[in-house]
Ligand binder design. Structure first.
Ligand SMILES: *Cc1c(COP(=O)(O)O)cnc(C)c1O
Length: 476
């Protein structure tokens, strides 16, 4: 690298001079002086370093307006939260990395109220004294599932943990080998068992487990039996699992509780909305489960939460576990959950009110219409380096509900023209993800698929495509 620098150090403006520029004065008003000064120091350091190494040779790079623009952008980035909205066009309706279920307006309103004002969180207005925070959802859950009692914690992983820790610490829990699942990396059933202090007793084989396997495994040391919904995979072929009712009867006979981790846990019959059947919480209780655990932000369509329903005595024991205090729901989540559950009291209207169900039931031909309407904006945005067409595709529910079922949908498909293969598609995906409101699709077979099943804000999407206007060079 040439050491005879084409840009003299003296031509680099001072921090003070830069801060005096109108653009940065505005930035200081907006984000505070501290952030802007910090950004200015960082940018000037970077510029000095790249001049010193010879990486920067363009004298234009140290022009005050150029530096000011970079500083303003850096300060704006530092001031803006990294958690922000995106367009989920992946085709996975309940996408764990993108926040799973969106809340119904009623739930959003409840969150805002709970956040802004004091509330009856743990206050019983009738007795003018201390109340139970679970009380805000217990009645609803009993009514919606037929359970005797209910409690709630932070997520379903926590629900499973507290059930095991309460009922089976230091004792054995038989589980079918085919159900020892890993759900999204950090939740592995055997690890949760170990963390709860239980001894996992593997029963049966990977593909076939029989009632007699459980019967032989249950003994003096057995605390409870557990069945786990094989959320994210399906075992097909020569298989056998023990029906819940039979396992429940066996547990009752042997005097141990029977818990089912349902994972997604539908509260209503999904076939009512044209979807495949997913075991409901009510069905599982009716089959004889003493406890059922499920998530709040999967098919239920509410906030992140772990719901536990079942026998009064067992729920009471769980509530006395000191872990309950550590895993309890905060007021905003509780408000959202109560408002979401209340919508289920009117099942005829929930498909229109819960975004998750609304997205899942959106007809493919309507999605196709939306694709046709928005394809021109995408074509203009990505420029002549890409072919843009609309085509049928398949969406999935995600988050472990009906893992092998897919729903006919429609997508805008973007492929690099023959002339520009290579990393063009990956760069385009990165450019879309770097938009002010990131657009997240999925790449399959050399094509970027934008499945519009979950697109609610068509105008906002069009605006992002206008931002794009990269004219076929999605480099920056
Ligand atoms: C999703 C899932 C979990 C974890 O639930 P979170 O609410 O994400 O903690 C546990 N068990 C099963 C069977 C699941 O499907």
């Amino acid at each position: 690298m040439p050491k005879d620098r084409s840009i003299p150090r003296s031509s680099i403006p001072s921090v003070d001079r830069l801060l005096d520029m109108p653009g940065l004065r505005t930035a200081a008003e907006r984000h505070g002086r501290t952030l802007v000064v910090e950004a200015a120091r960082e940018i000037l350091d970077e510029v000095r370093r790249s001049i010193a190494t010879g990486a920067e040779t363009d004298p234009g790079a140290v022009e005050p307006p150029v530096l000011a623009a970079r500083i303003a952008a850096r300060a704006a980035k530092a001031a803006s939260p990294s958690l922000r909205p995106v367009f989920n066009l992946t085709g996975t309706v309940l996408h764990t990395n993108l926040g799973r279920a969106g809340l119904a307006q009623e739930a959003i309103d409840a969150v805002v109220e709970a956040a802004a004002r004091p509330s009856t969180l743990e206050y019983d207005v009738g007795r003018a004294g201390r109340g139970d925070r679970d009380g805000h959802v217990e009645g609803l859950l009993r009514r919606l599932t037929g359970a005797e009692a209910a409690t709630v914690v932070n997520n379903n992983a926590a629900a499973v943990l507290i059930v095991l820790s309460t009922l089976a610490k230091g004792r054995e829990v038989p589980v079918s080998r085919g159900e020892l699942v890993e759900i999204g990396g950090s939740f592995r059933m055997p690890d949760v068992m170990a963390e709860a202090g239980c001894i996992l007793r593997e029963v049966g084989t990977t593909n076939r487990t029989h009632l007699r396997d459980f019967s032989a495994a249950i003994g003096e040391e057995t605390a409870m039996a557990m069945k786990i919904h094989a959320s994210n995979y399906a075992i097909q072929g020569f298989t056998a699992e023990v029906p819940e009712a039979e396992l429940a009867a066996l547990c009752r006979e042997r005097g141990i509780p029977f818990a089912v981790d349902l994972g997604s846990g539908a509260l209503v019959e999904l076939e009512r909305y044209g979807l495949a059947h997913e075991t409901t919480v009510r069905e599982t209780l009716a089959a004889g489960a003493d406890l059922v655990t499920f998530s709040g932000d999967k098919l239920l369509g509410g906030p992140q939460a772990g719901l536990i329903v079942g026998r009064t005595d067992l729920i009471a024991e769980i509530k006395r576990n000191p872990l309950k205090r550590a895993l309890r729901l905060d007021k905003m989540t509780l408000a959202a959950l109560a408002a979401t559950l209340a919508l289920y009291l009117d099942p005829d209207r929930i498909a229109g009110r819960l975004p998750t169900l609304r997205h899942l039931t959106r007809p493919a031909d309507r999605i196709a219409d939306l694709c046709a309407e928005l394809a021109p904006a995408v074509r203009d945005g990505v420029g002549p380096g890409f072919d843009v067409e609309t085509r049928p595709c398949l969406s999935q529910i995600g988050s472990g509900a009906l893992p092998v079922a897919s729903i006919p949908s429609h997508a805008i498909a973007i492929a690099p023209t023959a002339a520009r293969r290579g990393g063009a598609l990956k760069r385009l995906a990165a450019t879309l993800a770097a938009l002010p409101v990131p657009v997240i699709g999925r790449i399959a077979d050399g094509v970027l698929i934008l499945d519009l099943r979950c697109l609610d804000d068509a105008d906002g999407f069009r605006a992002q495509m206008a931002e794009l206007s990269i004219g076929g060079t999605p480099e920056k």
